[in-house]
Ligand binder design. Structure first.
Ligand code: PMP
Length: 353
């Protein structure tokens, strides 16, 4: 080992889902939305004044902050925006998880949390989900340096009742509790109404899923103004201009089209419920999902075999081979047509193996 290597911040990076690019593919592997962004987004992009790109964007991303605040009926100073919720969450880890006690998050959850914790040298413990992949709220009633979990959880899709979330927040008033609501718009209850009641709560959401904007990279956090100020202090110590002009303008257009947003979520929920029925008929089992994916295992066919067979047909789902998730597939909900093709393939495959 070279001497300078001792000075390198070595980390094992997060592995994002594969981004294949086959013309005939059915892509159900990274929880994207199968529908395009709201029509207003396209209009904004067509009419973007290119000359303005000479100029730095508004470092506060004020228009976007105001659009989010207005939709959720919050004050501007209760909203923070970033480059996808990954950026927002990374800033949150850096800002709020700065103590000596371990932070807590589930053993099976979004696999970026331990990567950020390692990157920022934050100690952590991972309470084990119960045998049905549910978070046990009692595990979060002990001393800690912070708490974070998604609701619904990923990759399980399981929702925690809001009363249990509130209990976790209430019993942790000496630390910050972050609820990562990347998938909340697909039928779970948001903790947003609790931010006025608890000054230790941060709710993080994204435009990547329910607003069909994964490629644009917009996420946001809502909390009381004190937490938002601390978050901004860290952001401005790192990169003042996180949100570019295009993202700010397109994000506003996406946020303003409430009807399109509701209709898109409704269609995905409807297709999810249809897919659940079909998967049950084919011998799959899963915990109830309130997200835009289903985390399922088959009664006889190993997940890895299915994963490979689907892949050969250019149907991409996500497979987490390690530990307790090794016999499950995480299946993103696509359009009804995509899910029909997916189910038809499974039916044929399972009947002929
Ligand atoms: N939180 C969870 C639970 C996720 O699954 C994801 C998607 N990978 C994210 C946050 C980050 O999404 P984005 O950065 O696109 O907002």
């Amino acid at each position: 080992m070279k001497t300078w290597e001792e000075n390198i911040r070595m980390v094992v990076p997060y592995t994002p889902g594969e981004q294949p690019n086959q013309p005939d593919m059915i892509k159900l592997n990274t929880n994207e939305n199968p529908y395009p962004p709201a029509p207003g987004v396209e209009e904004i992009l067509h009419n973007m004044p290119v000359d303005k790109l000479r100029l730095y964007p508004d470092p506060t991303a004020g228009d976007l902050v105001r659009a989010v605040a207005s939709y959720y009926q919050l004050d501007e100073n209760q909203v923070f925006v970033g480059v996808g919720s990954d950026d927002v969450l990374a800033m949150c880890f850096l800002t709020f998880f700065n103590g000596k006690k371990p932070i807590l998050f589930p053993d099976i959850t979004y696999s970026f949390y331990d990567v950020w914790a390692d990157l920022f040298r934050i100690p952590y413990e991972r309470p084990v989900l119960d045998e049905n992949f549910h978070i046990r709220k009692e595990d979060y009633f002990r001393e800690n340096g912070g708490v974070i979990f998604p609701n619904p959880n990923a990759p399980t899709g399981v929702e925690m009742p809001l009363a249990d979330i509130e209990e976790i927040i209430r019993r942790n008033q000496d630390s910050i509790v972050i609820v990562d609501e990347a998938y909340v718009d697909f039928g779970a209850s948001s903790a947003l109404p609790l931010i006025d009641k608890y000054d230790n709560l941060l709710v993080v959401q994204t435009f990547s899923k329910s607003r069909s904007m994964a490629g644009m990279r917009i996420g946001f956090a809502c909390a009381n103004p004190v937490l938002i100020k601390y978050l901004n202090d860290v952001k401005y110590s790192f990169n003042s201009y996180t949100m570019d002009r295009t993202a700010i303008a397109a994000g506003v257009a996406a946020m303003e089209d409430v009807e399109y947003f509701r209709e898109t979520c409704r269609k995905i929920i409807e297709t999810r419920e249809w897919t659940k029925e079909e998967l049950r008929k084919l011998g799959f089992s899963f915990e109830d999902s309130k997200s835009n994916f289903i985390f399922a295992s088959h009664e006889t066919c190993p997940a890895e075999e299915l994963f490979q067979a689907l892949r050969k047909k250019h149907i991409y789902v996500r497979y987490f081979p390690k530990g307790r998730t090794h016999n499950h597939l995480r299946i993103t909900i696509g359009t009804r047509e995509e899910m029909e093709a997916f189910v038809a393939f499974l039916e044929k495959y399972l009947n002929h193996r």
